[in-house]
Design a protein around this ligand. Sequence first.
Ligand code: ATP
Ligand code: MG
Ligand code: MG
Length: 393
Amino acid sequence: KATLGVLGGGQLGRMFVHAAQRLGYFTAVLEPDAQSPAGLVSHHHIQTGYDDPAGLAQLAQLCQAITTEFENVPAHTLQTLALTRPVAPGATVVGIAQNRIEEKAHFADCAAVSGVTCAPYTVIETPAQLQAVQAERKDLLPGILKTARMGYDGKGQVRVRTAAELEAAWAELGGVACVLEKMLPLTAECSVLVARGWDGQVVSYAPQRNVHVDGILAVTHAYEGSLPPALATRARDAAVSIAQHLGYVGVLCVEFFVVEDGSEHGGLVVNEMAPRPHNSGHYTLDACDASQFDLQVHAMAGLPLPEPRQHSPAIMLNLLGDVWFDANGQPHEPDWATVLSLPGTHLHLYRKLQARAGRKMGHLTITGPDVASVKTVARRAADLLGLPGLDAI
Ligand code: ATP
Ligand code: MG
Ligand code: MG
């Protein structure tokens, strides 16, 4: 059966479908929303929830192999599918990535091999653990309280300075399982994309530097020199060893913090991982000879993984829903003609029907012959579109 399946119908699923179709595969998307970005471009759209046994049976029936683009897909959904079809990544590793407590335990587990640790933290699941911070873990304040599950784009996190603020924040988050992480003095952030096959073959991309605004990725810098070379090598090696230690199959993104020199962390701290292609890897579509979605298709279908080569320096600008509103909050269509008249601009729109502030609607990647010209065009495009993070380009 030359059909590949994906759980989730968002933009990551859409770009996966495009990559799969280019290789001649049919695709099947399981997604409850009738108008999803991936469902609209897939051969099959199974419009049902992740818990529907009939829908899962239909997906398994249709597909040669199945992957996920939705980070919070229930583990039992993946387990059910894995009874009859290859599923990559598997339920166990997705489960680890879905829960910050397990995720951090995994990072600690492979710290000896990866050479990186995560930020100092403690688990808060009970009022007693909350009280214990005051008595025993004052070193974690100021810190960030993060829900163990379901957080993304900075949602489900509260920054806290004092024990009193911590108590209020835990109540605000509903008293659910959380981690309290020490606030680190970040000088930069970066991420690494790794692809690993069923046979253990591993390929990776060089780390890219990410700039977040209000907890959401705004700009990705992908070119040599965007990070100190020694640090980039360490991050890449660490990400590969984390994927190997997990026995991971598919595309994994590992996010890192770069912290001030002279700290006890040696300059590099692992933050979290996503068990799928990642927003910070979208530049690979236009700047590399194999994109993160191509590698996802190859990995799950059991094809050899090409060592990806970046042929152009690139900057990616995220296009959030805010771009579709003018200064008075009135809906307006951005001036794409002017943006696309700039050299080396590659516009990707996900065909979401409703623009909302903070919603990921598309991205613009700028490639060029050298870093200086890429930066010049990126600044002009960001300025034209009124994008944040302009000062960081
Ligand atoms: P994503 O959408 O990437 O999954 P998320 O909601 O899971 O995001 P994190 O990646 O944990 O959240 O944090 C979001 C951002 O908040 C980070 O990229 C970083 O800018 C900042 N941040 C998080 N933890 C810390 C920390 N311990 N010290 C300093 N800044 C932090
Ligand atoms: Mg996250
Ligand atoms: Mg993150």
